[in-house]
Each structure stands twice: as structure tokens, then as C-alpha cells.
Design a protein around this ligand. Structure first.
Ligand code: BV8
Ligand code: ZN
Length: 245
């Protein structure tokens, strides 16, 4: 199966990837819906949405500062490095991620589309001020905008919020032209991200899923590799290196 996937990648014309929290799991970052997932301890409705933030900004900020700490001190894993290597080889054209960590970039990926924003970005709730951070803010006190004094918020897309239109538009254009997509580490339940692989499928492209568990995507995937992204991506990369050597 892995060699078939490697062959499919080598004969693809336009190969893209969609990743989710599962590709950062082997870096020690908790996923959302897994057994030890974030949503088991907290309810997303309570934290990752504008109403929760308006109701209790300090509670939401403390949760994000904790996640930032985890992400900023984590290291990319073999999955991140494999995607970066496939891009360097000129095989992977674009990496579309739902993740808000920067592990793909830190592994060397250049062409990354963040559908749900990034924990590295903090933005003002009132003016256009938005900037990257090195370290999580110490909360309390609530972080305030230097320009206008309003409350700052994490630069991520919350439930019920629009995805950045330019990024979403580019992601749709990518899957329109893709003839192969690897979907790794996502439970494929969050919209509109989960609809991207269906577009590749609809126009006859190949869908490859990498996930230890079944997902709603499994039934339409051409290949479902039941395993950890770090291990499976490493195997695929080894096959490709062997064929190219
Ligand atoms: C929008 C950022 C509307 C914040 C996130 C009913 C039906 C359909 C849709 C909806 C509905 N009700 C509401 C909606 C819309 C909603 C939605 O899709 N809800 C779902 C849950 C039903 N979507 C939205 O609200 C989006 N906005 O629709 O706007 C709109 C339209 C017009 C005008 C105005 C508004 C916004 C969605 C973005 C929300 N923000 N995160 C933050 O991170 O705090 S979503 C959150 O879930 C994360 O970003 C994450 O990226 C995303 C998806 O999760 P996954 O990445 O898949 O992670 P998960 O834990 O679920 O799964 C991990 C997988 O990895 C598992 O399958 C596991 O088996 C696997 N795994 C584990 N270990 C490994 C592994 N795989 C490989 N290797 C391993 N080692
Ligand atoms: Zn401001």
C-alpha cells in the first residue's frame, strides 16, 4: 500500500496536503477530539468562540496562553519534516493546514495555508493592529492593544467565525487543480476544511488518508493508511527516495 501511494505521488501532476491536529500529536500537542483530546477536558463551545471570549476573556486567554506554551516549546516531528522534504523535492505543491501551531514552518515547509489562523499571531479586537509573538502573554492581566488600548485576542478562527477569505479562496483553488491530496491527522468534521478533499475526489483526483482511526473521509479515500502520520509519512518518503535513487 505504501509503495502504491509513493508511486501515485511520483506520477501526480499537482499534489497537495491537508493536515489536522493529528500530525502534531507526535510532537506532544494534544488533539481536540481524541481520547485525551482538548475537548474532553473543555467544551469548545465554552472556549473557542467569540461569545465565550466576550463572557470570560481571562478564562479563554489562560487556555490559549497554556496552548501557546505547549506549541512554542514543542518540536516538529517526522510528519512535519516529511511534508517539508516532499515540498523541497518539488513534489508537494501546497500544504493546507487546520492547525494553529507553526510546526510545519519550523520543519521547513514554505508554502503553507493556515485555514484557522495561528497561535503565533495576536490581534486587536477593535483596530487593525496584529502582530507575531515570541512568548505567550502572562495572563492576568488581560493583554491590551498598544495602539488603541482595547483587548487583544489570539489570531485564530473561532467557531462561528469566517475563515480568512483570501486563504480560503486559495485553498479552494488548490484543491480544484490538485490530482492528489494527502489528508493527514484530521477527524474531518470541521467545515469548510473537511469539504476540501471531496473537491479533489469529485474531479477524479486521488484521496489518501493517514489516520489511526476511521473518519467520515475514509469511505471516499482511495487509500486509507491506518497509522501515525510521523511513521507513515516517513515510510512514504523512504519509498520515494528509493525509487528516485
Ligand atoms: C464557519 C481554531 C460560519 C481555534 C478551530 C453543523 C454542521 C456543519 C458545520 C457546522 C455545524 N455547526 C457549526 C458548524 C460550523 C463549524 C463546524 O464545522 N463545526 C463542526 C464541529 C460541526 N465551523 C465553523 O464554525 C467555522 N466557521 O463555519 O463560519 C460562517 C459562515 C459564513 C459567515 C460567517 C460565519 C470555523 C471553524 C474553525 C474553528 N476553529 N480551531 C483553536 O484551535 O482554538 S477548529 C479546531 O478543529 C482546530 O482548529 C482543528 O484544526 C479543527 C479540526 O480538528 P482536527 O484538526 O481534525 O483535530 P481532531 O482532534 O478533531 O482530530 C485529530 C485526528 O488526528 C483524529 O482523527 C485522530 O484519529 C488523528 N490522530 C491522532 N493521532 C494521530 C492522528 N493522525 C495521525 N497521526 C497521529 N499520530
Ligand atoms: Zn487596537
Amino acid at each position: 500500500m505504501v509503495e502504491d501511494v509513493a508511486d501515485a505521488i511520483l506520477s501526480s501532476r499537482y499534489f497537495v496536503a491537508l493536515t489536522g491536529a493529528g500530525v502534531s500529536a507526535e510532537s506532544g500537542i494534544p488533539t481536540f477530539r481524541g481520547k485525551d483530546g482538548l475537548w474532553n477536558k473543555y467544551r469548545p463551545e465554552e472556549l473557542a468562540n467569540p461569545e465565550a471570549f466576550a463572557k470570560d476573556p481571562e478564562k479563554v486567554w489562560r487556555w490559549y496562553a497554556w496552548r501557546m506554551e505547549k506549541v512554542f516549546s514543542a518540536e516538529p516531528n517526522k510528519a512535519h519534516f516529511a511534508f517539508a522534504e516532499l515540498e523541497k523535492m518539488g513534489l508537494l505543491k501546497t500544504l493546507i493546514t487546520q492547525n494553529v501551531d507553526d510546526l510545519h514552518e519550523r520543519a521547513g515547509s514554505k508554502n503553507v495555508l493556515h485555514l484557522h489562523g495561528s497561535l503565533r499571531v495576536v490581534k486587536c479586537t477593535t483596530c487593525k493592529n496584529s502582530f507575531e509573538i515570541e512568548n505567550p502573554p502572562a495572563v492576568p492581566p488581560l493583554p491590551k492593544c498598544e495602539k488603541c488600548g482595547s483587548l487583544l485576542r489570539p489570531g485564530v478562527v473561532w467557531f462561528g467565525e469566517m475563515l480568512p477569505p483570501d486563504i480560503l479562496e486559495r485553498a479552494f483553488r488548490e484543491v480544484e487543480v490538485a490530482d492528489l491530496i494527502i489528508v493527514a491527522g484530521t477527524s474531518a468534521v470541521v467545515q469548510p476544511a473537511a469539504s476540501l478533499p471531496l473537491i479533489v475526489k469529485r474531479h477524479g483526483g486521488i484521496v489518501i488518508e493517514i489516520n489511526p482511526a476511521e473518519t467520515p473521509l475514509s469511505s471516499i479515500a482511495d487509500y486509507s493508511l491506518r497509522g501515525k502520520a510521523g511513521e507513515v509519512m516517513e515510510e512514504i518518503l523512504q519509498w520515494i527516495r528509493k525509487v528516485l535513487s
